[in-house]
Design a protein. Sequence first.
Length: 227
Amino acid sequence: MHAVGIPEEIRERIARRRGRFAIFGRLDAKKTALVVIDMQKAFVTEGAPIEVPLARGIIPNINRLADALRNAGGTVAWVTTALTDAHGAHPWTVFYDHFTTPEFARSHLAAMTEGSELHGLADGLDMRPEDLQVSKDRFSCFIQGASPLDGILREKGIDTVVIAGTLTNRCCESSARDAMMIGYKVVFVEDANAAVTDDEHVWALINIASAFGDVRRTDDVLGMLRS
């Protein structure tokens, strides 16, 4: 996992602006969901076409968070990306036509096709039958139309989401931003998220801490839980 975090001078600047750095005190587990984003073989498996090597190192922390939240009466949701339909068509032409090469688009879409070898969750993740499994077709799982997760969580009375997964600076950051903007309290776990580089990871943590969520470490989150 990443060995770096938000620089102290930036933590202090954020704290001066709102009177503290940490936002939330305790978590009501029954109103909290751990949302684990894109921990799929396509990102986690060594040698995969869109590999994020540091994602392998966050698996133990994700499992610790999931186990603690379940035991406290909370919800665990595993979110995966699926971008093509049965005919191979995808709904996101702007991204694939303008932000990727044709070669990258083909390999990415192949990996993100439901049922493909790399689409499933990575080995070592402790998913249980009672957990939620949700598919999304955009970076954010909370943007309108991308997934049913928002409706499912609201029906369960969830008002707080704990974000973990990969990539810190793409799907995880996007989901955290949108979750806060539609009314969820967001806790973003810095040592249970992974990016390709330390810089990208830290930049995303700074963005979240500045305006969108409470950036905490796994041990902090475990201490915040109550049944």
